[in-house]
Design a protein around this ligand. Sequence first.
Ligand code: GLN
Length: 288
Amino acid sequence: EITVEKENHKKENLQLLKHSVEYIEKNGIENPKLEAEYIFSHVLKTNRLTLTLDFTRKISEEEKKLIKEMIIKRARDKKPLQYILGEEEFFGYKFKVDERVLIPRPETELLVEQCIVLMSDVKTPFILDIGVGSGAISVTLGKKIPTSKVLGVDISDGALEVANQNKELNNVKNVKFIKSDVFENVSYKEFDMIVSNPPYIPEKEYKILMHEVKKYEPKLALTAEDEGLYFYKLITKKASDYLKNGGVLAFEVGYNQAQKVKNMMEDNEFENIVIVKDYHQIERIVIG
Ligand code: GLN
């Protein structure tokens, strides 16, 4: 009897999943199965790998309603999945995200990876992260380098709120966030490293970005004047005032910006400049 019941639940739930995948697919979303599975696992408080194993129980009406709402937000409204679920994974850590911050991108994990390597022979690294957004970079560095002290700045109150939530969520004590327009409220001047993934999209490229980015992600975090180079210019010019001798400056940059940023660093007497490519062979990280 019990086995029969379980079998029936499983059939019914698989059917619901199948319909959801079809609905998402019909609306032109790229990985419909994956996205549906993420939504189901989130609501059913399980993970994608064991999702269908857990299908042997009845999905409650409440859960069904929630799943349906999320599927519609994704398929019809094209809201990014991460904002619907309210979270994204970065460097293996969980980060809360909402429309006040950019969704952390896998490319940024490369930047963090480089930062960790660069600080490996510094005893107690003092690190400044400019434009923290969700706090992905600061929190991860704080976690991965327990001896470090990380100061993260952002001009957006909303971003600082999210970043502080993520600091709590990941239980990291050596990270502090303050409100500052770039260096404005930064008084410490002996950092071992300055890291930044600033807004870097030129205005005219912003116009042709994907609809779901433009509609949901904060423009303040995406675009910059001067063909997207505004923050690189500002930061490279002032960085040496805030760095120790031999300190490191590390940026994530946009498509086609690496050489220009490298030149800026050279003009400001940075040495040993390295450019790192991302998974798509795009020059993505510049370090000096
Ligand atoms: N530093 C944050 C990140 O890398 C925010 C970046 C931004 O908003 N431009 O995700």
